[in-house]
Write a protein that binds this ligand. Structure first.
Ligand SMILES: Cc1ncc(COP(=O)(O)O)c(C=O)c1O
Length: 387
C-alpha cells in the first residue's frame, strides 16, 4: 500500500470504495491516457465518468485555464465577468435561442436549480414526474428526483412531490399527471441506470403530453450531452426540444461546472435573490468550458464521434452475441448474460483499460470523444479478449 493509499483510508470518508490492491492511484493524464504512480499506462474508456470529452490536458483547455488564472480567477457574482457571459451566449445559441443560463458547479446543483425554477413557474403546481432507474444527483432535491430506491433509502424523508414512471412507457407518465403536476424530468439517455436510450415515439410523445397539459419538459443531459451521442445534445437525435436542460460533467474540460439552460418561456422565472452560487460561472472554469465548446464544435467532430460509436457497437455485438448492447455514439453499455461485470472491469484495469461496471452485469463505456481510431482499436482488443 502506498503512503497516499494509507492516508486516503485514514482521512477520507469511504464513499467511493477504493481498494488499495486494485484501484489505480493516478498521477497524470494526456489525451486518452492516464498513468499511475508506478508508471503504468491506462487507456481511459471512462473519461472521469463522461467528463473528459476532449481527453486529458487538451492543449487548448490547458492554455485557456492558465491564461484566465493569470488574469482573474475569481470574483463575486455581484460583478460582471467576461468568460461567463461569453459561455452563456454560446450555450444559448446552440440550445434554446431566446433562453438564458444559470451557472452552478455540478450536475446535482444544475438539477437543484431546475427543480426550484419548476416550483416557482406556476404557483400551486409543484409535482415532478421523473423516470424509474433515473439518476439526477445526490443533493436532496436531485436525490428525490432520482428513481432508484437504493440511493434514497437511508435519507428519508425525501423532498415531496416526485413520482416515477416507467422510462419509454408514455402511458405510465400520463397516468401520474394531476392538477398539481408542474413538469416531466428525464435523461434522454439514462446513463447511471445502465445506458438506456429513449425511443423516438416515447420522447416525442412526452413533448406532446407536456404541451397538452401545460407542463415543463426538462432534459438532464449532464451525462449524455456535450457531443457524447454524436450530436451536441442527445435530444437532437429526436424531433423534440425541452423547456429546460441541465448540463455539467463534459462542459468544464475537467473543472467543476453545472448549468441550467432555459427556453424563452421560463427565462425570467428567477428574479434577484431567488437563487445563487458563490462559484457558479467562475471565470477560469468558464474559460475552460469555452475551449471545450470550441474543440467539439469543429467541423466534422460530431460525425467522427458518431462513426466511432457505430464501430464500437458493431465490434462489441460481434464479440459478445450473448450480451445486449445499448447506447448512442460514445455513451454505451454492454449487458452481459452472466454477473461478470465487476470481474471484467478488474481484468480490464489489469490490462491497462479503464471501464466502468454498473451492478453485476453492465459494462459502461464513456471514452473521450477525441479518441483516435487506433486507440479505439486497442481498447476494443482488450475488451474483446476479456468478454
Ligand atoms: C444524468 C446525471 N445527472 C446528474 C448527475 C449528478 O452530477 P454531479 O455528480 O456532477 O452532481 C449525474 C452524475 O453522474 C448524471 O449522470
Amino acid at each position: 500500500m502506498s503512503k497516499i493509499q494509507e492516508m486516503e483510508a485514514k482521512y477520507i470518508i469511504n464513499t467511493y470504495n477504493r481498494k488499495a490492491d486494485s484501484t489505480p492511484y493516478l498521477v497524470r493524464g494526456e489525451g486518452s491516457y492516464l498513468w499511475d504512480d508506478q508508471g503504468k499506462k491506462y487507456l481511459d474508456f471512462l473519461s472521469g465518468l463522461a467528463v473528459n470529452v476532449a481527453g486529458h490536458c487538451h492543449p487548448q483547455v490547458v492554455e485557456a485555464i492558465c491564461k484566465q488564472a493569470g488574469i482573474l480567477s475569481h470574483t463575486s457574482n455581484l460583478y460582471y465577468t467576461e468568460p461567463q457571459v461569453l459561455l452563456a451566449k454560446e450555450l444559448v445559441d446552440k440550445t434554446l435561442p431566446g433562453g438564458k443560463v444559470f451557472f452552478a458547479n455540478s450536475g446535482a446543483e444544475a438539477n437543484e436549480a431546475a427543480i426550484k425554477l419548476i416550483r416557482k413557474f406556476k404557483p400551486g403546481r409543484y409535482k415532478i414526474i421523473a423516470a424509474e432507474r433515473s439518476f439526477h444527483g445526490r443533493t436532496m432535491a436531485a436525490l428525490a428526483a432520482t428513481g432508484q430506491k437504493k440511493y434514497q433509502q437511508a435519507f428519508k424523508p425525501l423532498l415531496e412531490g416526485f413520482s416515477y414512471a416507467t422510462f419509454n412507457d408514455l402511458d405510465s407518465f400520463e397516468a401520474l399527471i394531476d392538477d398539481q403536476t408542474a413538469a416531466v424530468m428525464i435523461e434522454p439517455i439514462q446513463g447511471e441506470g445502465g445506458v438506456h436510450v429513449a425511443e423516438p415515439d416515447f420522447i416525442e410523445g412526452l413533448r406532446h403530453l407536456c404541451d397538452r397539459n401545460g407542463l415543463l419538459l426538462i432534459f438532464d443531459e449532464v451525462q449524455c450531452g456535450m457531443g457524447r451521442t454524436g450530436k451536441f445534445w442527445a435530444y437532437e437525435n429526436f424531433a423534440v426540444k425541452p423547456d429546460l436542460l441541465t448540463v455539467a460533467k463534459g462542459l468544464g474540460g475537467g473543472l467543476p461546472i453545472g448549468a441550467l439552460l432555459t427556453g424563452e418561456n421560463c427565462k425570467d422565472v428567477f428574479i434577484p435573490g431567488d437563487h445563487a452560487s458563490t462559484f457558479g460561472g467562475n471565470p477560469v472554469v468558464c474559460a475552460a468550458a469555452l475551449a471545450v465548446m470550441e474543440i467539439i464544435s469543429e467541423a466534422g467532430f460530431m460525425d467522427e464521434v458518431a462513426a466511432k460509436g457505430i464501430r464500437l457497437k458493431r465490434e462489441l455485438e460481434d464479440a459478445c452475441p450473448s450480451g445486449e448492447f445499448r447506447g448512442l455514439g460514445l455513451i454505451c453499455a454492454l449487458e452481459l448474460e452472466r454477473p461478470e461485470a465487476k470481474y471484467v472491469q478488474e481484468k480490464c484495469t489489469e490490462h491497462g483499460l479503464l471501464i466502468n461496471a454498473i451492478g453485476d452485469k453492465i459494462l459502461r463505456l464513456l471514452p473521450p470523444l477525441t479518441l483516435s481510431d487506433d486507440e479505439l482499436e486497442d481498447g476494443l482488443a482488450v475488451l474483446k479478449k476479456l468478454i
